[in-house]
Design a protein around this ligand. Sequence first.
Ligand SMILES: *Cc1c(COP(=O)(O)O)cnc(C)c1O
Length: 381
Amino acid sequence: MNTAPRTPPRLRAEIDLDALRGNVRALRARASGAELMAVVKADAYGHGALPCARAARQAGASWLGTATPEEALALRAGGDRGRVLCWLWTPGGPWAEAVAEDIDVSASGRWALDEITAAALRTGRTARVHLKADTGLGRNGCQPADWADLVAAAREAEASGLVQVTGVWSHFACADEPGHPSIAAQLAAFGEALGAAERAGLRPEVRHMANSPATLTLPASHFDLVRPGVSVYGLSPSPEVGVPEDFGLRPAMTLVAALAQVKEVPGGHGVSYGHSYTTPGPTTLALVPAGYADGIPRHASNTGPVLVAGKPRTVAGRIAMDQFVVDLGGDRAAVGDEAVLFGPGDRGEPTAEDWARAAGTIGYEIITRIGPRVPRLYAGE
Ligand SMILES: *Cc1c(COP(=O)(O)O)cnc(C)c1O
């Protein structure tokens, strides 16, 4: 029996899995020569890792990608048996558990390869490893000066039967700015890294580099596998790249609150902490029970958009931990009415991109930070 309360939740994130499947299919069509890894790190960018992983698989994602090994192990615990790669490791990480669970792991340096080899020895299984090259991002990945040493060591570990190099990969710095000179430079550096791996005797099953913007705009980056994340959830990676509809993408998350109070106030009434908003005249205030503890950015105080009583409105005053206020002007609403913070945008509601602009951030951060206090309700499961 479902014991969930029948009243609508204070605040809910509706996740449209049909939209997610459609997005995966649209991305596969754009990169038809490559396999697709749906990136489901950070609880599938806030959408819920397991339901999204299942939907992505149904739409043809032959790989799933996570940042942390814990996220990858949670996919296995949830029943996923397909190929999974996780890439963000620290010394002493659960290498043996990952190898035992048939998870592909990543190494950006010798310390990682050494820990992987030791874990393979302990578990009695061959570890599948993707070697990561820093082709210019300057974040994770092996520097060109250390690459020859890493690929030689990996080849030696292969010869001992402990390791199989299944992937060589890298990550872009500026793929969301089409035409940025670093893009061509990184592709060239990746070519060099692949050449060195080949000369060392490595024969990786997949070479991969493309995140969402590269998957959408840069066919030369597709290689054997593409790794889209944010576009799987229907967002465009940046306004420069385009809007979701340009690519047949549809945002999968709609964030809806039930108004917790509606009241008449006189003009000159201060609103919320610090009184950074004052009612310009007698008006109606609606209380939206969502705040920064739920992931609503406080930086969007007095700027965040929200659809209430059929009209787009703006947050009035500060966004608090659990609540914010909207000035309805002359309009009416009832307690319990819906306030739509963001969604696909086709019912007049704002989008996550609109919130990103209001808060001075990116759409990625808006969806990913929606917190664990917000129930996810799935359609299309
Ligand atoms: C997050 C991430 C991706 C996906 O990036 P999007 O821009 O969301 O498509 C791909 N690869 C790596 C290494 C990542 O960390």
